[in-house]
Ligand binder design. Structure first.
Ligand code: MLT
Length: 327
């Protein structure tokens, strides 16, 4: 029979054996994280997300697994992350669509300003206006003339209400003063495949995806949506130069966590984001497609939240003018 003294010693030994394990279990991150991407695999958000996941994973000392949850212009994934466990293991990378969704959807299953914690802004991705390879218009001016004259015959692809391609397409139709026939996809990866295959005519899409296809001659490039021309596509006019006054769309991105994620976890995530955005491999990859990492003061919770709020106000007004809604 074991003596009380033996039992006390065994109890003390067990305590010491368990304590370091307990401390390890609490150290964050103790297991792989998931970065949810709100669009189809292979598209611009996915490409940016995978590059970011790798660099953030290195900074955190953990794998960051990318999970695509496409649908409803990014709103399905946003609602999913808003309801996920708030322990720092489920994150969302989303773009400008987080700010257009409240204007576009009468009912939204999440509130961008109430249901998240904000890790920080990431990068600004330019867009290109591209057409199927055999579209007769040779220049942006010819395309604009064609859209004005025969808009309804033109199939304009986008990635759903709330996508950057949808916002850019909506602004394009407003600027041209003609409606086209819009064709939604679950992301611009399938939309670009349809464009290359000639099933749709034109679309706006981010350089993160389009640059290699433009360089390979698989799609026709009509212009870029930035104020200035882009280094990787110097021959492409801005749409302003082509005659669309004040036209500009830049796709800003942010990383989000569910509301209530503990402050020390959010601090660790922000440190990892800042470190990732200094990773030379990531910066090289982004530079090749004309993508700018945001300045460091914007790589912060406040930098993301303030911008998100301003963008919700800005796009809400424009969307109301355009009268575009989903129920
Ligand atoms: C995607 O990854 O498919 C895009 O970001 C969709 C879009 O917003 O146009």
């Amino acid at each position: 029979m074991k003596t009380p003294r033996f039992l006390a010693a065994a109890f003390t030994a067990a305590l010491f054996a368990v304590a370091p394990l307990g401390a390890q279990a609490q150290a964050y991150p103790a297991k792989p994280l998931t970065l949810v991407i709100p669009f189809a695999a292979g598209g611009p958000t996915d490409l940016l997300g995978r590059a970011l996941a790798q660099s953030m994973g290195t900074a955190l000392g953990q794998t960051v697994v990318v999970e695509n949850r496409a649908g409803a212009g990014g709103t399905l994934a946003s609602a999913y992350v808003a309801r996920a466990t708030n322990d720092g293991y489920t994150l969302l990378l989303h773009h400008i669509g987080m700010s257009t969704a409240p204007g576009l959807y009468r009912k939204l299953a999440f509130d961008p300003l109430k249901d998240f914690e904000y890790v920080g802004q990431v990068a600004d991705v330019p867009m290109t206006l591209v057409g199927r390879p055999d579209l007769p218009a040779k220049t942006p001016q010819e395309l604009i003339a064609y859209l004005k004259q025969d808009g309804a015959k033109v199939n304009l692809a986008h990635a759903g209400l709330g996508a950057a391609s949808q916002l850019c397409g909506m602004l394009l139709q407003q600027a041209v003063g003609a409606q086209s026939t819009t064709v939604p996809y679950q992301g611009t990866a399938p939309a670009l495949t349809a464009l290359i295959g000639g099933q749709v005519d034109v679309m706006c899409d981010q350089t993160m995806q389009t640059v290699p296809h433009i360089k390979a001659g698989k799609v026709k490039l009509y212009g870029v949506t930035t104020r200035e021309r882009l280094k990787p596509l110097p021959e492409a006019m801005t749409l302003r130069e082509a005659g669309l006054k004040d036209f500009e769309v830049v796709v800003w991105h942010g990383v989000y966590a569910p509301k209530g994620t503990p402050a020390p976890v959010m601090a660790a995530l922000n440190t990892a984001l800042k470190s990732a955005l200094k990773d030379p491999a990531l910066l090289k990859r982004l530079d090749e497609v004309g993508v700018q990492v945001v300045p460091e003061p914007l790589q912060t919770p406040e930098g993301l939240r303030t911008h998100l709020k301003a963008e919700i106000d800005r796009w809400g007004a424009l969307i109301r003018q355009a009268g575009t809604y989903a129920d």
